[in-house]
Design a protein around this ligand. Structure first.
Ligand code: DAH
Length: 337
């Protein structure tokens, strides 16, 4: 019986020391109610009176031994686990951090800001108007009556018969003149909408910047000087401008304004399609009917106005050949500006 006990001890010790030992299973196996040690103790009845206390003492000693071994191994396992956890979670404070991506200004916003800067520098104020607009402001007050063919050139999103998404920023001219007496000197940047199919040069939503100056004695010369200053600041000192006669219902006379090609200087290249000139905006002297509809006497005051498409300038400036790039939000594209 002594041998059996010693054998149990040796076996138990080996099992406890084995790597990855399941200590709780071993405790049950050797020390549990149905364990090996208990089984031996059950047979003690057969022993002689002399042998019994000796074997009993040995059995207790072995139980204590195995318990102590289990405890020690448990402690070591916990320490090992903690060590491993600390190792795996080690924080190296000298490793460079993950860079937080900082957003960039969209090229449309970039150019719009630039346009604002230029005109603010010339003493203009910024005016705003609603994108959901009345037919009256978008058309009628701008000298475009209901059946005027000029309406067809701006495919308009109607909400009701007389409410629409503004197709131009020009209604802000009227809203400003209704509220303010001359001298007036404003620009109005903003979104406009037209029911155009999307292609390389069209989008149902785009941006314009409107300009309006009304005062006593404002002439076409002032308009030319203003646009020349603008063009030189925007496209470079060598830029020239030219006016081509045109028709807008809300200006008289009206002109389309070109700048000399800033890529080739006017010799003709791919950007200007061999023309040497690039059209950038519409302009003219405010029509007397428009002044009148805002309660401003055209005998006393005169003014000029202009309107430009921001996308067009962005595309020219950055040599972008397809307008859709501006709206697809591909960060690879947007990161270039
Ligand atoms: N509103 C015109 C358009 O969208 C652009 C324009 C032309 C605005 C002449 C003006 C102007 O103020 O005088 O086509």
């Amino acid at each position: 019986m002594k041998d059996t006990l010693l054998k149990i001890r040796d076996e138990a010790e080996l099992a406890i020391e084995a790597p990855g030992a399941d200590l709780e299973a071993l405790r049950i196996k050797y020390l549990g109610k149905k364990g090996e040690l208990t089984a031996v103790l059950r047979g003690m009845g057969q022993l002689s009176a002399e042998e019994r206390p000796v074997i009993g003492a040995l059995a207790n000693e072995i139980r204590a031994d195995i318990e102590a071994k289990l405890e020690a191994r448990k402690g070591a396992a916990a320490a090992e686990a903690l060590e491993a956890k600390l190792k795996s979670e080690k924080l190296d404070v000298t490793v460079p951090g993950t860079k937080i991506e900082v957003g960039k200004m969209h090229p449309i916003s970039l150019v719009q800001r630039q346009l604002e800067e230029i005109f603010l520098g010339m003493g203009y104020e910024i005016a705003e108007g609603p994108e959901v607009e009345l037919d009256y402001y978008n058309f009628q007050a701008l000298n475009i009556p209901e059946d005027h063919p000029a309406r067809d050139t701006q495919d308009t999103f109607y909400i009701t018969d007389n409410i629409l998404l503004r197709s131009q920023t020009s209604p802000v001219q009227v809203r400003t003149m209704e509220k303010k007496r001359p001298p007036i000197k404003i620009i109005s940047p903003g979104r406009v909408y037209r029911s155009d199919a999307v292609d390389a040069t069209h989008s149902p939503l785009f941006h314009q910047v409107e300009g309006l100056v009304v005062d006593k004695g404002v002439t076409m010369g002032d308009l030319k000087g203003t646009l020349e200053t603008f063009a030189k600041t925007m496209f470079g000192e060598d830029t020239r401008i030219r006016f081509r006669p045109h028709h807008f219902p809300f200006t008289e006379p009206s002109a389309e304004v070109d700048v000399s090609c800033f890529a080739c200087g006017g010799k003709g290249c791919r950007l200007c399609k061999g023309e040497g000139w690039i059209e950038i905006l519409g302009a003219g002297m405010v029509h007397p009917n428009v002044l009148r509809s805002c309660g401003i006497d055209p005998e006393e005051y005169s003014g000029f106005a202009f309107g430009l498409g921001v996308e067009r300038i962005v595309m020219l400036k950055y040599h972008i050949d397809d307008m859709r790039h501006l709206y697809e939000n591909d960060v690879r594209f947007l990161h270039q500006f």
